[in-house]
Write a protein that binds this ligand. Structure first.
Ligand code: UD1
Length: 368
């Protein structure tokens, strides 16, 4: 069986890495890795390949940035030639980025079976480009691997036959389980504590400049109570520059950093008093690590992080963000220097989701 994996953006890499590894132990499987080049900075891509132990991509489509239509269309055009040349038996797509949908569209029209890793997540907010990508990708797929039971329920509601859906658990947690001990070794021992770790990159937060400015003011106020570490996504850095916000704050209590490599980020996250984010994956990692998480969004496609985990949605209420952050900062748990990840917190978030995916793929292929 020839499996072709498509990755494009930072959150894809920690999901694909364990699946590539799990499939390597099946001798009947040949693998090809395609990078669309949606993310291209070394700090957003190359360093993740190195730290996650991923092979060099067999080809890089070099798509880069653009509007949603430009990016999706460019991936489609370039990827179609790759599928024609390489004849995969199955294409694996990951998560909800534009590269995910583009590859799924190409394969569905070429009659190539597609499997979606991290299927079934729904924020029910069609204002998010990722929600459109999730809805459409799932409709096109032949196999859907969900991280939790809410994903299965969402897919059933959308009429997707149950025999295509497999609840396997969370592959991103597989990477976290595998690399957590290594990440801990990297933690800078003299790091200022306690601190909040902040990431913001969603268009709804960073492209709305008056709102971004209010958010930054709230973070500045919070930094009088605890240190704030803010690794800044390239999109966000551009917007901060548009606002005239000084980004060279390496030494202040609100520290802006360049995007961090995977291991350094996991290390910082595991020792944070709290995480403030608008990322999907970080809500899950914080839940697994037992770190309180405040999500600056009105909704989440990962509701299990709220019901079983440490996540609270603060939406667009800056008073709520400030009071929740101050409460967490003042609570005893924030003084813990390190927490241990809990493999029993969420069913199937146990570091073995990729092995389950590999076994299902091999079994399904053998039965054809
Ligand atoms: C994309 C995903 C989002 C994911 C995020 C993680 C979509 C619709 N969005 O958003 O779901 O959470 O990745 O980062 O696919 N840029 C660089 N260097 C890079 C990459 C981007 O400078 O390596 C800049 C470019 O100016 C670009 C902007 O960041 O225009 C946004 O990049 P893009 O890939 O369009 O979307 P993200 O916001 O990163």
């Amino acid at each position: 069986m020839h499996v072709l994996h498509v990755v494009g953006a930072r959150p894809n890499f920690m999901k694909a890495a364990p699946v590539l590894r799990a499939l390597r132990s099946h001798s009947s499987v040949q693998q090809t890795l395609v990078h669309t080049g949606q993310h291209y900075d070394a700090a957003m891509s190359e360093v993740f390949f190195q730290q996650l132990g991923m092979p060099e991509p067999d080809c890089n489509l070099g798509i880069g940035s653009g509007s949603h239509a430009q990016q999706t269309a460019a991936v489609m055009q370039a990827f179609e030639s790759v599928v024609c040349a390489r004849h995969p038996d199955m294409v694996l797509v990951y998560g909800d980025v534009n590269s995910t949908l583009a590859a799924a569209l190409v394969c569905s029209k070429m009659g190539v079976p597609i499997a979606h890793v991290e299927a079934g997540l729904r924020s029910c907010d069609r204002g998010m480009p990722e929600e459109i990508n999730r809805l459409l990708t799932d409709q096109l797929c032949d196999l859907l691997f969900t991280p939790s039971a809410d994903g299965d329920q969402n897919l059933a509601r959308e009429g997707i036959p149950a025999n295509k859906v497999h609840c396997v658990g969370n592959v991103m947690i597989d990477s976290l389980v595998a690399l957590f001990p290594h990440a801990q070794e990297l933690f800078p021992k003299d790091f200022l504590s306690p601190y909040a770790l902040v990431t913001l990159h969603r268009p709804s937060n960073v492209d709305d400049l008056p709102w971004l400015s209010d958010l930054l003011r709230t973070l500045s106020e919070l930094s009088t109570k605890l240190n704030i570490i803010f690794p800044v996504h390239p999109r966000t850095r551009q917007r901060l520059q548009d606002l005239g916000f000084a980004t060279n704050r390496g030494e202040s209590r609100l520290r802006l950093l360049d995007p961090l490599p995977y291991l350094e980020f996991i290390a910082l996250q595991s020792r944070a008093a709290l995480v403030i984010t608008d990322s999907g994956g970080i809500q899950e990692e914080a839940t697994f690590l037992g770190v309180p998480c405040l999500t600056v969004r009105e909704n989440t496609e990962r509701p299990i992080t709220v019901t079983l985990g440490t996540n609270q949605l603060v939406g667009r209420d800056l008073g709520k963000l400030r009071s929740a952050a101050e409460k967490i900062a003042a609570s005893p748990v924030s003084s813990e220097s390190s927490r241990l990840p809990d493999p029993n917190r969420i069913p199937l978030w146990d570091g073995k989701a990729s092995e389950r995916i590999a076994e299902i793929l091999v079994r399904v292929f053998a039965s054809r």
